[in-house]
Design a protein around this ligand. Structure first.
Ligand code: NAD
Ligand code: IPM
Ligand code: MN
Length: 358
C-alpha cells in the first residue's frame, strides 16, 4: 500500500515521525507492507517550489492509496501573497482530491477527563462526531482582498453552497448517525444567512424523506458553541458547514484535555487524507514536545477507511489507550502522578503496545 506523507511545517515533521513508527509497527504486526512517498505541502513547499501545493505533490497524492498530513503554516509565511499561503496548499489538496467530507470524532477518554478545562462530570461520556463540509462554503467562494471601493477600503468573501453539496454531506451525517446513536444536530446560522436557510431546509427534507428513524435537531451556531461547554454529552453527530465545523471542532477538541488528541479523516470519492485537527503550533515547534496522539489516531482512521485494515485501526486505538492508562503523557497533558514523555517517546510506546497486543 502506497502512502503519501506530507509532514508539512512546524510540529508537522515531529508528529509525523512518531506516527510513522506506529504505522510501521501495525504493518509488522499484521503482515502487510507500507510504501512511503514523502512530499512537500505548505510553507516547506513554498520554500522549495514557490508553490504550497506543487504538481509533484498533487500527482503523488492522486496515485496513493492514502495521504497522511502533519500540519502546514507558520509565521514565516504569514505575509506571502494570499494566493500562495501555506493554508492555500491545504485547501487546494482538499479540492483536488474532492475531499468534501471531514470526519472529526471526539470521544473523551476516561484517562483525560480530569484534565478537561470543564468539570469532569460535564465532559464524562462525551462521544460525538463532527461531520464538516470541507470543499465549499465561504472557504471556496470568491475572496475579494482589501481594495478601495468608492474611496473606502473594502474586503469580502462569498459564502456559497449548492443543493448537491449540502445533500452529499448531509447524507454522510445521517448514515454515520445510523451506525451510532441515531441523532443528527445540524448547525447553521439560518436566522441571518441565506446559505444557512437553504441548508436547514434541505437537511430537514432529507430527514423526512430518507431518514425518518434518525432524530434531527437544529442549532444556531452561537447556541451550539455554548451547548458544547454546557452539555457536550447531548451530541451524537454534528453536521455543519466548512467554517462552523472548523471553529466548533477546535472548541470540542479541548473538552478532552488537549487539541493534540483529535484526529480527522477527509474523504471524497478517491484517495482519502488523514490529519490531526490542530495546526503547526509554531509556539512549540522544534522542541519535540508536541502531542502526536491526534496524528496517530488519524493513521488508525486511515487503516479503517482507506486501507481496509480494521484490525490495525483497532490495535492502534487500543495501544493509545494502554499508553494513556499506563500514565504516559506529553507536556500538554502532564500532571501529578503521570510520566512526562516527549513526542518521539510517546510514538515508540504506542508502537510497542501495537506489537505487544494479543
Ligand atoms: P495551532 O493548532 O497550531 O495551535 C493552537 C495552540 O494549540 C497552540 O498553543 C499550540 O501549541 C497548541 N497545540 C496544537 N497542536 C498541539 C499538539 N499536537 N500538542 C500540543 N499542543 C498543541 O493553531 P494556530 O496557532 O492558530 O495556528 C498555527 C498555524 O497552523 C497557522 O499557520 C495556521 O493557519 C495553521 N493551521 C494549520 C492546520 C493544518 O495544517 N491542518 C490546522 C490549523 C491551523
Ligand atoms: C483545519 C485548519 C484549516 C481549515 C486551515 C489551516 C486552512 O484550521 O484543518 O482545521 O481552516 O480548514
Ligand atoms: Mn481548524
Amino acid at each position: 500500500m502506497k502512502i503519501v506523507l506530507l509532514p508539512g511545517d512546524g510540529i508537522g515533521p515531529e508528529i509525523m515521525d512518531a506516527t510513522v513508527s506506529v504505522m510501521d509497527a501495525a504493518a509488522k504486526k499484521f503482515g502487510f507492507t507500507l510504501e512511503y512517498d514523502k512530499q512537500l505541502l505548505g510553507g516547506c513547499a513554498i520554500d522549495a517550489y514557490g508553490d504550497p501545493f506543487p504538481e509533484v505533490t498533487e500527482k503523488a497524492a492522486h496515485a496513493a492509496d492514502a495521504v497522511m498530513l502533519g500540519a502546514v503554516g507558520g509565521p514565516k509565511w504569514d505575509h506571502v501573497d494570499p494566493s500562495i499561503r501555506p493554508e492555500k496548499g491545504l485547501l487546494r489538496i482538499r479540492k483536488s482530491l474532492g475531499l468534501y467530507c471531514n470526519l472529526r470524532p471526539m470521544k473523551v477518554s476516561r484517562f483525560t477527563t480530569h484534565l478537561s478545562p470543564l468539570k469532569e462530570d460535564r465532559v464524562a461520556g462525551t462521544d460525538l462526531l463532527i461531520v464538516r463540509e470541507l470543499t465549499g462554503g465561504i472557504y471556496f467562494g470568491t475572496h475579494n482582498e482589501a481594495a478601495l471601493v468608492n474611496g473606502v477600503e473594502t474586503a469580502s468573501d462569498v459564502d456559497l453552497y449548492t443543493r448537491p453539496e449540502v445533500e452529499r454531506i448531509a447524507r454522510k451525517a445521517f448514515e454515520a448517525a445510523k451506525k451510532r446513536r441515531g441523532k443528527v444536530s445540524s448547525v447553521d446560522k439560518a436566522n441571518v444567512l441565506a446559505e444557512s436557510r437553504m441548508w436547514r431546509r434541505i437537511v430537514t427534507e432529507m430527514q423526512e424523506k430518507d431518514y425518518p428513524d434518525v432524530e434531527l435537531n437544529h442549532f444556531y451556531v452561537d447556541n451550539c458553541a455554548m451547548q458544547l461547554v454546557l452539555n457536550p454529552a447531548q451530541f451524537d453527530v454534528i453536521l455543519t458547514n466548512n467554517i462552523f465545523g472548523d471553529i466548533l471542532s477546535d472548541e470540542a477538541s479541548v473538552l478532552g484535555g488537549s487539541i493534540g488528541l483529535l484526529p480527522s479523516a477527509s474523504l471524497g470519492d478517491g484517495t482519502g487524507l488523514y490529519e490531526p485537527i490542530h495546526g503547526s503550533a509554531p509556539d512549540i515547534a522544534g522542541q519535540g514536545i508536541a502531542n502526536p496522539t491526534g496524528t496517530i489516531l488519524s493513521a488508525a482512521m486511515m487503516f479503517r477507511y482507506s486501507l481496509d485494515k480494521p484490525e490495525a485501526a483497532d490495535a492502534i486505538e487500543a495501544a493509545v489507550d494502554k499508553v494513556y492508562a499506563d500514565g504516559f503523557r506529553t507536556p500538554d497533558l502532564a500532571g501529578a502522578g503521570l510520566t512526562k514523555v516527549n513526542t518521539a517517546k510517546l510514538g515508540e510506546l504506542v508502537a510497542q503496545a501495537v506489537l505487544d497486543a494479543k
